[in-house]
Ligand binder design. Structure first.
Ligand code: M6R
Length: 611
């Protein structure tokens, strides 16, 4: 968690750092801080709370200088406070560090440093790093950082400055993401590309165990052991606007509206022109022979990505007919799953950096499974470590609440299930072609749903007055109900539960009382009659039921409910890619109606890089 940024060049570094941090606030926003070389030496300014608090403080007391590091924090060790904010310094105030990650042995190191006379001013694990570097310094900051890291266990992306060598910025990556931006007479570090995109598109992505030494005119890359390395420079083709709000009030709303493009981009180049099948030239390890040898599948992910995995389970089972289990990544390792060389483990992660997902990936590989990653970030840890990966071309997702990343994951699962079916012959070409034709209509169908946002705004404003809600569904609709419920809780703070509709009467029906809003998903033709019975059970107890149904099923549903939203008709297997969109909009407008910070919900961060 946390975002780090660094600058060395000729500009006013305070402005560059604040700008970079504003693009990284999705990684945490408990506090923010910067350290800059000023004419009076290395100076730090930091403050608890959003970046705006720091920006205000700096307006009154600016830090002037052209070299600096910055940090936006998601608290792990120590509560959000000014003292626990980064950057951290040593007792001489000559060394300053920003850190993303966790130093697992920090207590041990802290005790050692205290015994050596060091006085700590914060409760963080990071502060040990600045003291360690100061202790190891003997005139060469690069060597001091290398020696300090030898003592550290855990995850760390670091930006380090010392007043002794003000022409250098040192960056290290170990199990937390870090990129280097290359400019003309200036260079940058950042946790993610949007942080530097306004200044340069040319980047190096550091791998674990690598570091970079930046001056304003050069970047040297080396391993933590000090062996120089060369790396291909990547030219990022995102435009600055893509990483900004583009005229929408919130990133979430922009990202909801970007879904038709995300669907098209994720499908682009992967469907044969005559719709005879799917192409995945990037899947070098998952050859048809390898796919034929797979006996079972485990899908592992967290949060919204886990919900995409629940849909993926049904898709693979229906298309290929082999058993699939879906697990929450933080639980997967602890149930001792039966993994063999014939197991395919699919890890799903927007960021590609989620700690639990990464740990599950490694566990699966240790046990001999083939790992396929579905991720939105090329070059992320998950993408690099998996045996094969499918990129979802959703583009940068900034809002904490995942929308276009989720639906692109659904598209990736649909394509992959069809690819597998065609490789093993479990479905014929005509059936696959029919699914692909329907998939190609999805972007335009989502556009039609988005045109009805105002209707959903009214519905959401009514629901926002309640403190409890339910989502119910059967089959694929249940998987979508789980995602709708998570989205609502996450940003509106309305307590909500998603239930398999048939399970309601086994306990939870006791919670249904007069006026409670219930969203019933009813898109599966074979399950509509049973859903209507469940809806009636809810209505008989006073629940107010709003159905999300489609043109195929509306006739059987509308008389039983208090309101309906009708989706365009598609094939049953593809409905999640449409049904979730009104639920995203309802959550968005409910959050807005309650006056919440839609893009940065309380207590959460976009990228969860701690277990
Ligand atoms: O980056 P990942 O897809 O691995 O993130 C997993 C979850 O943290 C994420 O999907 C989270 O549940 C979303 N913020 C929910 O909107």
């Amino acid at each position: 968690m946390c975002g780090i940024v660094g600058y060395i060049g000729a500009r006013d570094s305070q402005a560059v750092l604040l700008d970079g941090l504003s693009k990284l606030e999705y990684r945490g926003y408990d506090s923010a801080g910067i350290a800059v070389f000023t004419q009076d030496g290395l100076r730090v300014s930091k403050a608890k709370g959003r970046l705006a608090v720091l920006a205000e403080k700096l307006e009154d007391a600016p830090l002037k200088g052209s070299v600096g590091i910055g940090h936006t924090r998601w608290a792990t060790h120590g509560k959000p406070s000014d003292e626990n904010s980064h950057p951290h310094t040593d007792k001489t105030m000559k060394f300053s560090v920003v850190h993303n990650g966790i130093i697992e042995n920090y207590m041990e190191l802290k005790e050692e440093l205290i015994a050596q006379g060091v006085h700590f001013v914060s409760e963080t694990d990071t502060e040990v790093i600045s003291h360690l570097i100061a202790r190891e310094y003997d005139g060469d900051i690069v060597k001091a950082v290398q020696r300090a890291t030898e003592h550290m266990r855990g995850a760390f992306a670091l930006g380090v400055l010392t007043e002794h060598e003000p022409d250098k910025l040192v960056a290290v990556r170990f199990a937390s993401p870090l990129i280097i931006g290359i400019g003309e007479g200036e260079n940058f570090i950042g946790s993610d590309i949007p942080a530097i995109l306004q200044y340069t598109r040319r980047v190096y992505i550091l791998n674990d165990g690598e570091m970079a030494v930046l001056t304003k005119d050069a970047v040297e890359l080396m391993t933590i052991e000090g062996n120089f390395i060369s790396r291909e420079m990547i030219v990022v083709d995102w435009d600055v606007l893509t990483a900004e709000k583009g005229g929408y009030d919130h990133f979430m709303l922009k990202e909801i509206h970007e879904q038709p493009k995300a669907y098209r981009d994720t499908m682009r180049g992967r469907i044969n022109e005559d719709r005879s099948g799917v192409k995945f030239p990037e899947l070098k390890g998952l050859t048809p022979a390898k796919l034929s040898s797979i006996r079972n599948v485990h899908i592992v992910a967290c949060g919204t990505a886990y919900h995409a995995g629940l849909v993926g389970r049904t898709l693979i089972e229906q298309c290929v007919g082999i058993p699939v289990e879906t697990d929450v990544a933080s639980e997967y390792r602890y149930r001792s799953p039966i993994i063999t060389k014939d197991t395919l483990v699919i890890v799903v992660s927007q960021s590609g950096e989620t700690a639990d997902t990464l740990a599950a990936l490694r566990e699966a590989q240790r046990n001999g499974a083939h790992v396929l990653a579905i991720t939105n970030v090329v070059g992320s840890s998950v993408a690099r470590e998996a045996d094969d990966s499918i990129v979802t071309w959703a583009g940068p997702e900034i809002a904490v609440a995942s929308t276009k990343a989720y639906t692109s994951q659904l598209i990736a699962f649909m394509l992959f299930s069809l690819y597998w079916a065609q490789s093993t012959g479990s479905k014929d070409t005509a059936w696959i072609g029919q699914q692909l034709a329907a998939m190609e209509s999805l972007p335009e169908q989502v556009e039609r749903i988005l045109e009805q946002a105002d209707v959903l705004k009214d519905v959401a404003e009514g629901m926002a007055k309640h403190d409890n809600m339910f989502f119910i569904g059967r089959g694929l609709d249940y998987a979508v109900a789980l995602e709708g419920s998570l989205k609502l809780k996450e940003i509106s703070y309305i307590h909500s539960e998603a239930y398999a509709a048939g399970e309601l009467k086994h306990g939870t029906l006791a919670l249904i009382e007069d006026g409670i809003p219930v969203i019933a998903l009813t898109t599966q033709p074979t399950l509509v009659e049973k859903m209507v019975s469940n809806i009636k059970e809810v209505k008989a107890r006073g629940g107010v039921v709003y159905a999300v149904t489609d043109e195929t099923n509306v006739a059987g549903v509308e008389k039983a409910v208090d309101g309906t939203f009708v989706l365009p008709a598609t094939l049953p297997m593809l409905t999640p890619a449409l049904a979730v969109v009104p639920l995203q909009l309802i959550s968005y407008y409910a959050s807005l109606a309650r006056g919440n910070d839609v893009d940065k919900p309380r207590n959460l961060a976009k990228s969860v890089t701690v277990e």
